[in-house]
Write a protein that binds this ligand. Structure first.
Ligand code: NAD
Length: 257
C-alpha cells in the first residue's frame, strides 16, 4: 500500500475524478475526507470505502466559501489527527459559458469563485495543516484547456484553469522547502458527467474527439492513477509540474487519420 497512515482530503469527491480518486487512495491505505455539496453521492462514496474496509468521512463544503473550506480542513484533523494530501478538484463547467460576448458576468464570477477561488481557499486552510503534519502533497485539478484554446468556447472555464496552473506553480515554489509539493493535474477530455453535459450533442462530442490523438475520451479512473502518483512518495522529486494526462491532445497539431 502506497499511502498507509496518510490522510487525504478530496474536494468534488462525490463524482467523477474525485470519486474515483477517493476509492483508489482508500485502497492504497489512505483515510479519506470526501468533500462536496452533493451530500447523497458523497455519503455513498464513503459507504463504498467503508464496505471494503477503508476509513472515510463525508464533509459538506462549498469550496468557494471560506468558512466551509476552513471547516473541511478542521474536520479532517479532528477525525484523523492530521492532513497529508489535499486534492483541490471541485470544479464546474457552466452550460452557458461561451465566448466573451455571450458569457454573462454571473457565469464568469460563479466559475471563478469555484474553480480558482476554491483552490485558493483549499490551500489557505490546507497548507497550515500540511505544515503541522510535517509536509505533504497538494494536487490542483486544472485542465488541458489551460494550455489550448477550446474549439467549443468556454471562456470563463478556460481562464479559471489557466489561473489554477499559475497559482500551483507559485505555491510549489513558496512551499518547496517545507516538504510540501504542489502539482497541477491537467486532464484531457473525459467521459464524465461534467463534460458530457457540456458537449451535449453528438456533433459537439465528435468535434472535441477530432483533436485527441487517442481518439477517445479519458476515464476518471485514469486520472485517479495520476493523482495517486502525485500524492505518493513515488513522485518525491516532482513539484510545480503541469501533469498532462490527456490522450496526447496538447501534443497534437493535426491528429493522425
Ligand atoms: P464532476 O462534475 O463529475 O465532479 C465535480 C464534483 O464537484 C461534483 O461532485 C460536484 O458536486 C462538485 N462541486 C461542484 N461545485 C462545488 C462546490 N462549490 N463545492 C464543492 N464541490 C463542488 O466532474 P469531473 O469531471 O470529475 O471534474 C473534476 C475536476 O476535473 C474539475 O475541476 C474539472 O474542471 C476538471 N476537469 C474535468 C475534465 C473532464 O473532461 N471531465 C477535463 C479536465 C479537467
Amino acid at each position: 500500500m502506497k499511502l498507509k497512515d496518510k490522510v487525504a482530503l478530496i474536494t468534488g469527491g462525490s463524482s467523477g475524478i474525485g470519486k474515483e480518486t477517493s476509492l483508489l487512495l482508500a485502497k492504497e491505505g489512505a483515510k479519506i475526507v470526501v468533500v462536496d455539496i452533493n451530500d447523497m453521492n458523497g455519503q455513498a462514496v464513503v459507504a463504498q470505502i467503508k464496505q471494503t474496509g477503508g476509513e472515510a468521512i463525508y464533509v459538506h463544503a462549498d469550496v468557494s466559501k471560506a468558512k466551509d473550506a476552513e471547516n473541511m480542513v478542521a474536520q479532517a484533523e479532528h477525525s484523523f489527527g492530521k492532513l497529508d494530501i489535499l486534492l483541490n478538484n471541485a470544479g464546474i463547467m457552466h452550460s452557458n459559458d461561451n465566448d466573451a460576448v455571450k458569457t454573462s458576468e454571473e457565469v464568469f464570477d460563479l466559475t471563478y469563485n469555484i474553480n480558482i477561488k476554491g483552490v485558493f481557499l483549499g490551500c489557505k486552510y490546507g497548507i497550515p495543516a500540511l505544515q503541522r503534519a510535517g509536509g505533504g502533497s497538494i494536487i490542483n485539478t486544472a485542465s488541458f484547456v489551460a494550455k489550448l484554446g477550446a474549439a467549443t468556447p468556454q471562456l470563463a472555464y478556460t481562464a479559471s484553469k489557466g489561473a489554477v496552473l499559475a497559482m500551483s506553480r507559485e505555491l510549489a515554489v513558496s512551499h518547496a522547502r517545507e516538504g510540501i509539493r504542489v502539482n497541477a493535474l491537467c486532464p484531457g477530455p473525459l467521459r464524465t458527467e461534467l463534460l458530457m453535459k457540456f458537449l451535449n450533442t453528438e456533433e459537439k462530442k465528435q468535434r472535441r474527439l477530432v483533436h485527441v490523438p487517442m481518439g477517445r475520451f479519458g476515464e476518471a479512473a485514469e486520472m485517479a492513477k495520476a493523482v495517486l502518483y502525485l500524492a505518493s512518495d513515488d513522485s518525491s522529486f516532482v513539484t510545480g509540474t503541469e501533469f498532462m494526462v490527456d490522450g496526447g491532445i496538447t501534443a497534437a497539431y493535426v491528429t493522425p487519420e
